[in-house]
Design a protein around this ligand. Sequence first.
Ligand SMILES: [Mg+2]
Length: 229
Amino acid sequence: MTIDTVGFDADDTLWHNERYFHVAQQRFHDLLAEFAEPHTTEEVLLQAERRNLMLFGYGVKGFVLSMIETAIELSDGAIPASQLQLIIEQGKELLAHPVELLPYVPEVIGELASTHRLVLITKGDLTHQETKIATSGLADLFWQIEVVNEKDPATYSRILGRHSIDPSSFVMVGNSLRSDILPVLDIGGRGVHVPYEITWSMELAVAEDHHDFVSIADLSELPEVLARW
Ligand SMILES: [Mg+2]
């Protein structure tokens, strides 16, 4: 079956995201330097993020709360309120960061919008995601936009079902094997992996060779991949 609907992840697929988190995390390590080694801070923060994911979901707000929790834990409660304030400010900065599109994004999305139905599927803070979508200048090119809590097979099945999309005519394009590719292969769709310069530890995964899955260096290669299918 030929592909008629193309799903796109947003963060680190259409625009930069993880690099800002990375910078925030480096600053957080510096902030806690008097209490812990950077690798300890990194580890304890990751544990907090894992623990909190079910409660806060993905996105900046959960990240900030996990940093605060980590700071309190590693300082044994001695962290001054002024430093907690810095962590909160850091989070606000992350939320206010302008959207920076990745290479080839406007051209390729513009081109494909005339030949395919495009669906944006992204997870994270609802308000933040909606703001980014609105300011990206791309919103009108998408047929459907879905902000979800988790990207698992059930979520993809629900979205495809709601819009009457046959999984065998659907391909998902994204930077995360774990969230964008594997669950879609699982329900009978196809995947195009476009790795980003950094992968968040929680998104790490490996994919075995699969005939419905390809990896490309950047979005400029996407139209050709779709034409081949
Ligand atoms: Mg992503």
